[in-house]
Design a protein around this ligand. Structure first.
Ligand SMILES: O=C(O)C1=C[C@@H](OP(=O)(O)O)[C@@H](O)[C@H](O)C1
Ligand SMILES: C=C(OP(=O)(O)O)C(=O)O
Length: 429
């Protein structure tokens, strides 16, 4: 069946997969890797190149922020070239709804000689940031404000040293301080004190990327990371495909009973999205890493989806897509350990409970998770709350259920250019 959808329509009629989808896809680069690479490039010892950079709202905001600070970032080709420049003069940084911009840029803004004013989208003012601003003060940076909008007034150098933060709300608090640490006079020694830190693979990504640039990082003890002051080699790296953004595409194989391969799936990675392999296998899909020109991660749906009981604390950003699959499963599911995702682009637990529920799903919201039981689903408008991953949940449901309308599907532009066009092309092919 040919499905005609207008990617600019709002609400957008999500295309229904009337037949098993059989496709091999090449996905855009990782947001987390692109924004770390750009940030490191801006404070590196010489010009850098970030190959196959993700071109999306979050990464453009990062490039613009670093340019405002004083770097030169050439984004005209697929490979982005970053030439470090002196961080001097007053600047304004728009964080949009990008956690990586709001958390990673202030610690390097402390190295500027100007006043750097931060603000963002209306919801960004609600997302947690106070711990980082407090930590920066401890490390010797003058910061006005405790949440967006705030201003960092640098003096050209940061003393650095030891700091204790409660990073239970976001792993980005730790990553942010580590990424800048080699440029602080005494480096940085960060200790976490609080409930367990979520999204640990993202901190491992930070540590691995720092080490690749020759930075000395000690992460031998739990809840403690220290970065020595010293040189930072220019970056030259190819950005891996975004494995978290692979979730809706792999889910499409699962819900349509087809086969989807995501090309260039890395054999070794620190990306949280790699956990999709285990999650989809637990839900009854066949999951293989394949070789050859069309090789990658191949997921084949069996026609039925099993319920799961899974702790997503390390990989919270996968929750919306996984929850959508659970709503289509034949037995109840329990998604645990994800209280922190209430501080993501929206309160994702509340948003999922409301929007899945509006389509007929039986969802119970817990302080730190969701229980989703089988129930007949129907069409309707699925609100996205400016959250790209809520839109991913919506299109997964729309592939399996008639009449799902996605409000503001364009919000997917946060991490994926022309997501709706790409998605329809896949289902129509
Ligand atoms: O460092 C990063 O690139 C990210 C860390 C995680 O944040 P939290 O630790 O706030 O969950 C993740 O959810 C986010 O999408 C990206
Ligand atoms: C939590 C997310 O994003 P951010 O980098 O804005 O925190 C996400 O992409 O799921």
């Amino acid at each position: 069946m040919l499905v005609v959808t207008d990617p600019l329509a709002d609400p957008w009629p999500a295309p229904r997969a009337a037949h098993p989808v059989d496709a091999v896809v090449t996905l855009p680069g990782s947001k987390s890797i692109t924004n770390r690479a750009l940030l490191l490039a801006a404070i590196a010892d010489g010009p850098s190149v970030v190959r196959r950079a993700l071109r999306s709202r979050d990464t453009t905001l990062m490039a613009t922020a670093l340019t405002a600070l004083g770097s030169h970032v050439d984004t005209s080709a697929d490979d982005w070239v970053v030439t470090p420049g002196a961080f001097a003069g007053d600047a304004a940084v728009d964080c949009g709804l990008a956690g990586t911009v709001m958390r990673f840029v202030p610690p390097v803004a402390g190295l500027s000689t100007g006043a750097v004013a931060f603000d963002g989208d209306p919801h960004m003012r609600q997302r947690p940031i106070g711990e980082i601003l407090g930590a920066l003060r401890t490390l010797g940076v003058d910061v006005a404000g405790d949440a967006l909008p705030f201003t960092v007034r640098g003096t050209g150098s940061v003393p650095g040293g030891t700091v204790v933060v409660d990073a239970s709300a976001s792993s980005q608090f730790i990553s942010a301080l580590l990424l800048a640490g080699a440029r602080y006079d005494r480096g940085v020694d960060v200790r976490h004190d609080g409930k367990p830190v979520p999204s640990l693979p993202h901190i491992q990504m930070t540590v691995a990327m720092l080490r690749e640039q020759g930075v000395e990082v000690d992460d031998a003890d739990a809840n403690r990371w220290s970065v020595a002051p010293g040189p930072l080699k220019p970056v030259d790296r190819v950005v891996e495909p975004d494995l978290s953004n692979a979730a809706p595409f792999l889910a499409l194989a699962a819900v349509s009973g087809g086969s989807v391969t995501v090309r260039d799936w890395p054999r070794h990675t620190t990306q949280a999205g790699d956990a999709l392999r285990d999650i989809l296998a637990a839900m009854g899909c066949e999951v293989d890493l394949t070789d050859g020109p069309d090789g990658g991660l191949r997921v084949r749906g069996s026609g039925t989806l099993l319920g799961i009981d899974v702790d997503l604390h390390d990989v919270g950003e996968l929750t919306p897509a996984v929850a959508a699959l659970c709503a289509l499963a034949e037995a109840p599911s329990h998604l645990r350990g994800i209280g922190h995702i209430r501080g993501h682009e929206t309160d994702r637990l509340a948003a999922l409970a409301t929007e899945l529920g509006a389509l007929g799903a039986e969802v119970t919201e817990h302080p730190d998770g969701l229980t989703i039981a089988p129930a007949p689903l129907h069409g309707g408008v699925f609100r996205t709350y400016a959250d790209h991953r809520m839109a991913h949940a919506a299109v997964i449901l729309g592939a399996a259920v008639d009449g799902v309308l996605v409000e503001n599907v364009a919000t997917t532009g946060k991490t994926f250019p022309d997501f709706a066009g790409f998605w329809s092309g896949l289902i129509d092919s």
